[in-house]
Design a protein around this ligand. Sequence first.
Ligand code: SAM
Length: 311
Amino acid sequence: MKDSFGREISYLRVSVTQRCNLNCVYCGKTDCDKKENELEADTIAAIASAFVRCGIRKIRLTGGEPLVREDVSEIVGKLRALSQVQTLALTTNGVYLKRFAAELRRAGLDSVNVSLDSTDGSTYHKLTGADVLHRVLEGVEEARRAGLSPIKINAVLMRGVNDDGARELVELAKETPVDVRFIELMPFSDAGEDDARVVTNAELLQRFPFLEPLGETDGTAQMYTGTGFRGRVGFISPVSRRFCASCNRMRLLSDGKVKPCLGDDTVYDLLPLVGDEARLTQEIRRIILQKPAGHRFGEIRPAHGLNRTGG
Ligand code: SAM
């Protein structure tokens, strides 16, 4: 369905947990070990089903880290059973992907985005607090073997922390058939609010003049490629080049609250309505119509960190 600004709302991002197995610098997590208020697989499916009745056609599982949930494949299976869902995707840090990839594929997952902010082992360790780069790379390989497609790599750069590894990330798209997408640091947490840390995508494009625009977008990413590249390079610029006018997303948090906009603090609690399909659907329609015109980054620091909303 369309929201009150005429945007077709078709994409739901579901945070299945706020727990995470990493401790990334940009996330600034505070409450990531708590299982508190995590929705059961059946509840997630009931809420998602109501969203589908309102026009959602793509669902992405995120977190926290979705693969810390032992029942993540069960959740995928229940969402796959919603016949109108055309695309079922997952965003992960990839550390447990080797173990889960084949099981997730069998359960009906289509594609996966892997967050990988550095291809250098010691920088990755510094960024995430864990010396596990090799496990992420093995996970990506296993995802490919399992038939998950497409596989996209998401990278967030911070000046003076990992931006010196940007070239290696671009090289990844040259050497392998994956899309590497640079996501600009957003003003969540202390790290994200430090403007000096932000590396804009315009700056990156100046660093890599050999990248040529493809004149196409992939979701919110502007896509580029280079001579001899097997994959593509994408640039997602939520702050410097906001895309609110074409935002098609809603977000379900791990405790059953709906957040219509990543950069706005308004949330709505759906849990009291679970079990009453008609009222749940009616409430979701009402919430979609309340989706704000645009984010408020710059005015507010969002109350829910990205560890809760899942980016
Ligand atoms: N654990 C999963 C993962 O690692 O992809 C999903 C959750 S993680 C919080 C979601 C995404 O948010 C990651 O791609 C991460 O790079 C990104 N992220 C975290 N903090 C950010 C910030 N301040 N600005 C931009 N992206 C951020």
